[in-house]
Write a protein that binds this ligand. Structure first.
Ligand SMILES: Nc1nc2c(ncn2[C@@H]2O[C@H](COP(=O)(O)OP(=O)(O)OP(=O)(O)O)[C@@H](O)[C@H]2O)c(=O)[nH]1
Ligand SMILES: [Mg+2]
Length: 200
C-alpha cells in the first residue's frame, strides 16, 4: 500500500536561513534532523515530500545544486530540518569536493543540537564509501540514523526489497526504509521518525 498521509506539523515547515558553513549556522536552539547523502540522491525532493511542499527545498536536475546548509523551522515542535550539501558529485573540482565534505563532517561531528540524521541513498547505489563515512561520524556521537533508500519507484518490488534487506543487514540498529518522492512509498514511517526526533 502506498502512503499519502502528510504529517500536519511537518506540513508547516518554513525556510529559516542558509549557511555556507558550520560557523554561520544559526544558534543551536532546538532539536535538528539533518538530511545528508550523495549529490542527486533525492534529499531536497524528500524534504519537499515530507512537508508536502513543492518548493520548500530546491530540486535540481543538475547534481551539486545544494551547496549551502539550509535550515527549515517546524512550528509546534521546537525543531528544525536541515538540508545538507550533497557529496561525491564527479564534476565538482576535487578541492571544492573536499571542502564540502569537510564542512559536512564538521556539522555532523560538532552540531550539538543534531538529534537525528537521515542518510538518503539511491536504492540502486546504497552505502558508498562517503555514505559509510557519514555513518561513522553519526555513530561516533550516537546520533540516531534513518536510512532512506530513495527512488524506490525505479526498481521492481522484489529488487527494492532485496536492496533494503542487504542494507538492513549492514545496519541492524538503524531504521532502513524504501522511499519514493514520486509515489510516496515510505512517507508515513519516515515522517513519524523525523517528527519523533524533532521533539528531542
Ligand atoms: N524517479 C524518482 N526521481 C527522483 C526521486 N527523488 C528525486 N528524484 C530526482 O532526482 C534528481 C535529484 O533530486 P534532488 O532532490 O534535487 O537531489 P539532492 O539530493 O537534493 O541533490 P543535490 O542538492 O544536488 O545534492 C531530480 O531530478 C529529482 O526529480 C524519486 O523518488 N523518484
Ligand atoms: Mg538538494
Amino acid at each position: 500500500m502506498r502512503d499519502t498521509q502528510l504529517d500536519p506539523k511537518l506540513a508547516q515547515a518554513n525556510f529559516l536561513v542558509s549557511a555556507p558553513s558550520l560557523n554561520y549556522c544559526p544558534a543551536e536552539c532546538g532539536p535538528e534532523v539533518g538530511f545528508c547523502g550523495r549529490s542527486n540522491a533525492g534529499k531536497s525532493s524528500a524534504l519537499n515530500t515530507l512537508t508536502g511542499q513543492k518548493n520548500l527545498a530546491r530540486v535540481s536536475k543538475t547534481p551539486g545544486r545544494t551547496q549551502l546548509i539550509n535550515f527549515f523551522k517546524v512550528p509546534g515542535t521546537g525543531g528544525f530540518l536541515v538540508d545538507l550539501p550533497g557529496y561525491g558529485f564527479a564534476k565538482v573540482p576535487e578541492a571544492m569536493k573536499r571542502q564540502w565534505q569537510y564542512h559536512l563532517g564538521k556539522f555532523i561531528a560538532e552540531r550539538q543540537t543534531l538529534t537525528g540524521l537521515v542518510l538518503l541513498m539511491d536504492v540502486r547505489h546504497p552505502m558508498t564509501a562517503l555514505d559509510q563515512q557519514m555513518l561513522i561520524f553519526a555513530d561516533h556521537r550516537e546520533i540516531d540514523t534513518l536510512l532512506l533508500l530513495t527512488k524506490n519507484d525505479k526498481l521492481s518490488r522484489n529488487q527494492a526489497a532485496k536492496a533494503r534487506h542487504s542494507v538492513q543487514k549492514r545496519r541492524p540498529h538503524s531504521l532502513v526504509l524504501n522511499f519514493s518522492s514520486l509515489d510516496k512509498t515510505g512517507l508515513i514511517e519516515a515522517s513519524s521518525w523525523v517528527r519523533h526526533h524533532l521533539e528531542g
